[in-house]
Design a protein around this ligand. Structure first.
Ligand code: SAH
Ligand code: SF4
Length: 412
């Protein structure tokens, strides 16, 4: 008997399913609450339903079907990386970062205001970059450790969960380990939101009490799986109860996706992986630029109606000697002039078989200072969990898989 996944269904779908079983609509609401508010892991835990109805659901082949955590790795900085197995055996990675990654600072959101008031001012955060001669402030690192796995002094936990949207990725960015997998398939909305539920359950998180930010920055390109991504957002907002102001989706620049996103009423914040200051460099490191160039992407981004205190984030992976020089910083300033933009600099995280070098700390500092002096709020994302391959661009399933389908950007 095939199992049918309940997790991932929205209220109208559950209502229809219940009506097919001859049940009243309020039963659908009860299942919805059990799945997303109580985050049950099996039909037998849906105690608001009668025993008879529960067994009828099971008989009909229904099950909750949350992704299963099959491996975990824990970093010295408290970050955890999970290998999540879906019902068909495909796996993706999900990352838990206690205390965030610093990227939420200064983005004008609710999360940023809280972050700044609890920790340090934006200026301090920026100044922190050089305080220990490395890429980021040690203060952040210490907090991450002390906050891990325990309740903070004032009784809540704060963390960022990084979720995957596809098994692999088709976009083929030259600096990214996920690209090496090629694309195997899209995740369903249930599989995307299910990663969040599984991680929340692991850490016994109480939504409303603990502060959870979500970033759609794991494996895959969310805008090439647009409908499932947006459906997962609705489940996370209306079901699980995480406000969309605490979510950020990152895209490599899928123009039709950005255009559709601009029309959504309930949507996360946007981060665009700019990663280069001109099309020549960008084409080299992100071949998809041949399809949609920087000018087209920026034009589309500017059409997104921003909410109060909302900024668009531009991610910029610094690759030593490739895009990290002062002339590049000047070009970035020209590109972003007049936009409500902030920049998140990401020091490139190395991976096997990828032929780039990390930028020199001095070059990172100069790059950041030039952008700040040019009037753009610029932050450095703390690399989290680098030792366990959980940092940006390092996600790649660690189990062996035969026959990976590699599709380059040209095939999109
Ligand atoms: N596919 C989406 C989201 C996932 S990647 C996107 O590309 O935007 C999330 C971020 O990690 C992107 O900004 C990407 O440019 C960055 N990234 C990819 N590989 C990286 C690496 N090896 N080191 C640092 N950042 C990397
Ligand atoms: Fe895909 Fe993003 Fe990696 Fe590019 S950076 S290959 S879009 S996951």
């Amino acid at each position: 008997m095939d199992t049918r996944a309940l997790f991932g269904m929205n209220l109208p779908e559950l209502t229809e399913m219940m009506s097919e079983l001859g049940q009243k609509p309020y039963r659908a609401r009860q299942v919805f609450e059990a799945l997303y508010k109580q985050r049950v892991t099996g039909v037998e835990e849906m105690t608001t339903l009668s025993v008879a109805l529960r067994s009828e659901l099971v008989q009909a082949g229904w099950s909750v079907e949350l992704p299963e955590m099959v491996q975990t790795a824990t970093s010295v900085d408290g970050t955890e990386r999970y290998l999540m197995r879906m019902a068909d055996g495909e796996t993706v990675e999900t990352v838990w970062m206690p205390d965030g990654d610093g990227g939420e600072r200064g983005d004008g959101s609710e999360a940023a205001v809280e972050e700044a008031s609890e920790t340090e001012t934006a200026e301090e955060a920026v100044a922190g970059v050089k305080s220990d001669g490395g890429y980021w402030s040690r203060r952040g690192e210490g907090r991450a450790r002390s906050n891990f796995g325990t309740l903070a002094e004032n009784g809540f936990r704060r963390a960022t969960i990084c979720i995957s949207s596809q098994v692999g990725c088709a976009v083929n960015c030259q600096f990214c380990l996920t690209a090496k997998l090629g694309i195997r398939r899209n995740l369903t909305a249930g599989e995307i939101a299910g990663q969040v539920a599984a991680v929340l359950n692991r850490h016994n998180i109480q939504i409303g009490k603990d502060r959870i930010n979500l970033v759609f920055m794991g494996m895959g390109e969310p805008f090439l799986n647009y409908d499932s991504f947006m459906k997962s957002v609705m489940l996370l907002v209306e079901g699980i109860g995480i406000p969309e102001s605490r979510m950020t989706v990152s895209t490599s620049g899928i123009l039709p996706g950005i255009e559709a996103f601009a029309k959504e009423t309930v949507r996360p914040k946007l981060a665009l992986s700019l990663n280069a200051s001109n099309d020549v460099v960008r084409e080299r490191i992100m071949p998809i630029t041949r399809k949609w160039d920087i000018a087209a992407l920026l034009e589309a981004v500017q059409k997104i109606p921003l909410r109060t205190r909302e900024w668009v984030t531009f991610e910029y992976v610094l690759l030593g000697g490739v895009n990290d020089q002062p002339e590049h910083a000047r070009e970035v300033l020209d590109l972003l002039a007049g936009m409500r933009a902030k920049v998140n600099l990401i020091v490139w995280n190395p991976g096997p078989g990828i032929d780039y070098v990390q930028p020199k700390p001095g070059d990172v500092a100069v790059f950041q200072k030039m952008l700040i002096d040019g009037g753009i709020a610029t932050y450095i994302r703390r690399p989290r969990g680098r030792d366990i391959y959980a940092a940006c661009g390092q996600l790649k399933r660690t189990v062996a898989e035969p026959e990976l389908v590699v599709i380059g950007a040209a095939a999109i």
